[in-house]
Design a protein around this ligand. Sequence first.
Ligand SMILES: N[C@@H](CCC(=O)N[C@@H](CS)C(=O)NCC(=O)O)C(=O)O
Length: 197
Amino acid sequence: MKLYYIPSVCSLASHILLNEMGVEYQLEKVQSKTKLTETGQDYLKINPKGFVPALELENGEVITENIAVLCYLAEQDPQQKLMPTTSLGRARVFEWLGYLNTELHAAYVVFFRNKLNEQEKEEAYRELNSILKYVNDKIEGLTWLVENSFGPVDAYLYVMTEGSTHLGHDLTPYPNLIAFRERIEQRPSLQLARQQE
Ligand SMILES: N[C@@H](CCC(=O)N[C@@H](CS)C(=O)NCC(=O)O)C(=O)O
């Protein structure tokens, strides 16, 4: 498998899962501006949408979209620890990933894709804070989000909330989220991914 990534953006979640799985894989960096990969490939031929992550399989198939890549990887985990085995557990994974992708990811993306005026910024922060409050309340007392076992939702939530670090947005009103982020930062899978990126 090969993961196409841009350092320190949402593709880091898939990178964390690959390290959790302990399987062999390749990494190929994509340049955000030129859309060329580090080996000189035109990334738009690999993913015409232009976004990372993209995961290329041994048979040449390419999977795009965070949710699809994360779920595919979790299901390939040789130790079968990353994806719940019950229908309800899997539904919880999709429920969280859907919410994080369409609401939280979107709430951060607004800041990075647009030049916001003061009023737009205020509205965007209001929306972001209301989502973070929901997540913070929902994870009270939990170590990991689904069945208290580390998996794709945790990797994605961690990487999404990196947006606050990039923005200089204060997470102190969300102590459960801060503690959750500190737990992930202890994981060798993330530490290794950071070095590799
Ligand atoms: N719908 C896509 C969006 C992914 C996305 O927004 N990726 C960003 C990084 S977080 C990206 O590739 N941006 C292009 C760039 O930075 O050049 C998904 O969920 O996978």
